[in-house]
Write a protein that binds this ligand. Structure first.
Ligand code: ADP
Length: 337
């Protein structure tokens, strides 16, 4: 028999402010697990009822018992997965929002590709060997590191020249460089009402990719500027209304395919990350099976959630509402995993 959890917990990074604010708005008590050196924002913005300080996020397991004692449900976000790692998360005993089964699909590039292509989502071409490079490619190192270190290459020669600057990197993917505009689509799917919602869209503000246009091409060559994609922030976005049916359709296909591949499938917030080309097709280079930092501009709701809810509804709050409704209906197992 499941107990009724009264607290929402997450680690202090990524989208924690939004998650904790949303949980408080829904009436939960909140806990923020913070690294000592990064505690200030969580004191400045009073969204955590309690702050548990640790020397390092790697110490998370040491406080797990404490969280269980406090009836906490942990909300995972991108940094949570990065700091703990998939294997440790799978072994967590504390209640965890969202299914852990999908973590394998998400972290394994081959599985992710199978999932998305089965859902008929267009993806960039992958070059298995550098010798196969015949068009512009983007080389990405493994793990969500906010785009750091990614580089572009046009030929095998250029690839080898640039990879030499990363002697320790063994795990990378060589992807076709897709020309278009980057778009991140924020979705929410609840198992309680079997409905998909569009929560919003964002684009990223990346250094130096987003400032290269301020320098003339000739000057870029003179200054030997290399494009980099280190994420600095997120910029809110609305899409052409006529594209909404398309974004809804592909979101539904991704959920349906996840249910086919591994029950109960994906639920809660997720994000398709890609490039919209001039034919208005989204080429998806990644799926995040949890809340993304691109939802942070919408702490007070997005232009889309405002159409559906008569109150400020962030993705963080939507998660808390999902949990609250599950508790009320005695179906908590439907939101945990
Ligand atoms: P991370 O996983 O570190 O968050 P992403 O995979 O999201 O990084 O990519 C970071 C940035 O690199 C994107 O915002 C986009 O601008 C660019 N990018 C990634 N993949 C491609 C691609 N296949 N074609 C063109 N640009 C890409």
């Amino acid at each position: 028999m499941l107990h009724l959890p009264k607290r929402i917990a997450t680690i202090g990074s990524h989208s924690a402010l939004q998650i904790l604010k949303g949980a408080k708005d829904e009436g939960f008590e909140t806990i923020c697990i913070c690294e000592k050196k990064r505690v200030k924002p969580y004191k400045m913005f009073p969204v955590a009822d309690e702050i548990i300080e640790v020397d390092s996020f790697k110490d998370f397991l040491k406080i797990e018992k404490e969280l269980i004692k406090r009836d906490a449900i942990v909300i995972p976000h991108g940094s949570f997965v990065e700091y703990l790692g998939v294997e440790k998360i799978k072994k967590l005993k504390v209640d965890h929002y969202g299914t852990k089964k999908i973590l394998d699909w998400e972290s394994d590039r081959g599985k992710q590709q199978k999932w998305l292509t089965s859902a008929k989502i267009k993806m960039p071409q992958i070059f298995k060997r550098p010798e196969e490079i015949t068009k512009p490619v983007i080389v990405k190192f493994h793990g969500a590191r906010g785009g750091r270190g990614y580089f572009l290459a046009n030929s095998p020669e250029e690839f080898y020249k640039k990879i030499a600057q990363h002697p320790c990197e063994r795990d990378y993917v060589i992807q076709e460089y897709v020309v278009g505009v980057p778009i991140y689509v924020h979705y929410f799917y609840s198992r309680l009402n079997d409905e998909l919602e569009i929560m919003g869209f964002d684009k990223r503000y990346e250094s130096n990719a987003d400032s290269i246009g301020r320098v003339a091409a000739a000057d870029q060559i003179t200054a030997n500027i290399q494009t980099s994609y280190t994420i600095v922030g997120n910029i809110p976005l609305v899409v052409r209304e006529s594209m909404l049916p398309y974004f809804i359709k592909i979101g539904e296909r991704v959920v349906a395919e996840s249910q086919r591949m591994e029950a109960p499938g994906l639920f809660g917030p997720f994000c398709l990350e890609g490039i919209v080309t001039q034919d208005l097709i989204l080429t998806v280079f990644e799926i995040s099976a949890r809340i993304v930092a691109g939802t942070n501009p919408y702490t007070n709701g997005s232009p889309y959630t405002c159409l559906r809810y008569n109150e400020p509804m962030s993705t963080g709050r939507r998660i808390a509402r999902d949990i609250k409704q599950a508790i009320e209906r005695n179906q908590l197992e439907k939101v945990l995993g």
